[in-house]
Design a protein around this ligand. Structure first.
Ligand code: CA
Length: 230
């Protein structure tokens, strides 16, 4: 499944190289020359992953990583630090600031793609291509097919993403704003009741095989996916 990757890098040639490589891997790229610019982009669209250069003009990479970790909306956003240094204490400083991984320049496009894949798999299971199955409800993110007890279920693209997100994040309550960020990738321009509309559609499609009971409304908080009775 393709992800939106934000590249924060002030060196134009490196930024270009990284962006090309990421696009080649099938991901969408957002680019920023500085942390300040990145902050602006993130306020509009929440990416799935940030590639963050260590040495930036203005707010530095470490400082920006700390900011991302400190804010409610971005605290779980995966971060890979890009550094020209290979010193052990620098790596530690990056990881302590909240980075999930780091890459030492220069790195090959293959290395970059492997790290991106590993971090996405670890942090955002809905980005991986593994099939998920709960109580006979099976979702295949590669073919976009959904089956309930072996019976094909037809879902729209948003309902599909919503269901896949729920199934990879079961037993947790998600607020409408969180669902907009995680499933729509943007909570700024979409109204929260849009979530309710798509939940209704998803439940209607799942009624056929009685899997609609897995999507539970948590009064005053949001929604939860759970095989346990409410
Ligand atoms: Ca730099």
């Amino acid at each position: 499944m393709s992800a939106t990757v934000l590249v924060v890098e002030d060196e134009p040639s490196i930024q270009e190289l990284i962006a090309t490589s990421i696009q080649h891997a099938g991901h969408r790229v957002l680019r920023a020359d500085s942390a300040e610019e990145a902050e602006q982009l993130v306020s509009e669209t929440l990416p799935d992953l940030v590639l963050l250069d260590w040495m930036l003009p203005g707010i530095g990479g470490i400082q920006y990583a700390r900011r991302l970790r400190g804010a409610e909306r971005t605290k779980r956003l995966p971060i890979i630090m890009l550094t020209a240094r290979g010193e052990e204490h620098d790596k530690l400083a990056g990881l302590e600031a909240g980075a999930d991984d780091y890459l030492t320049k220069p790195f090959s496009p293959r290395e970059l793609q492997a790290r991106i894949k590993a971090v996405l798999r670890r942090r955002t299971p809905q980005m991986t291509e593994d099939c998920v199955e709960v109580e006979g409800l099976r979702v295949d993110p590669v073919s976009h097919r959904v089956h309930g007890n072996g019976q094909a279920i037809d879902l729209g693209p948003t309902e599909f993403r919503l269901l896949h997100f729920f199934m990879t994040h079961a037993e947790r309550v998600h607020s409408r704003a969180q669902l907009l960020d995680q499933v729509w990738g943007d909570h700024v321009f979409v109204e929260e009741r849009t979530v309710d509309v798509h939940i209704r559609r998803l439940r209607a499609s799942l009624e056929l095989t009685l899997h609609d009971r897995l999507i539970q409304t948590v009064r005053g908080s949001g929604y939860r996916f759970s095989p346990q009775p409410e």
